[in-house]
Design a protein around this ligand. Structure first.
Ligand SMILES: [Zn+2]
Length: 122
């Protein structure tokens, strides 16, 4: 993998993360007593309403994607990007093209999601 490729992937991961963070910020923090005194957007009154429209499953998916992006960036920095975390085989280039934060091959990802997200599946 060339330096230019690495930079391009890093930029795509960065963009995904920004998009994710923006969506989550627009919705607001997880409702609950722990967050009652944390008001990130005092002017955004609509945030409260949105809070109740976003279920735990959606938040879980965001959190998982954020984790995957972090893992992908770590792999990129460590030179293991494109190698499946689980089985160590090469992840298909077209998969990385479609899902830049992929850290597992399709088979392993299916297995991983099946094991960890049986009920939260949308
Ligand atoms: Zn694999």
């Amino acid at each position: 993998m060339t330096g230019a490729d690495t930079q391009q992937i890093e930029a795509r991961l960065e963009a995904r993360l920004r998009e994710l963070t923006r969506t989550r910020d627009a919705v607001g923090p997880v409702p609950g007593p722990d967050h009652a005194d944390v008001v990130n957007h005092p002017a955004d009154l609509a945030g409260d309403l949105h809070d109740r429209e976003v279920d735990a499953g959606t938040r879980l998916i965001w959190q998982e994607e954020e984790t995957r992006i972090a893992e992908a960036r770590r792999a990129l920095a460590g030179g293991t990007y494109g190698t499946c975390l689980t089985c160590g085989s090469q992840i298909a280039p077209q998969r990385l093209e479609a899902v830049p934060e992929a850290v597992r091959c399709l088979d392993c990802q299916r297995h991983f999601e099946g094991a960890h997200r049986q009920r939260a599946r949308l």
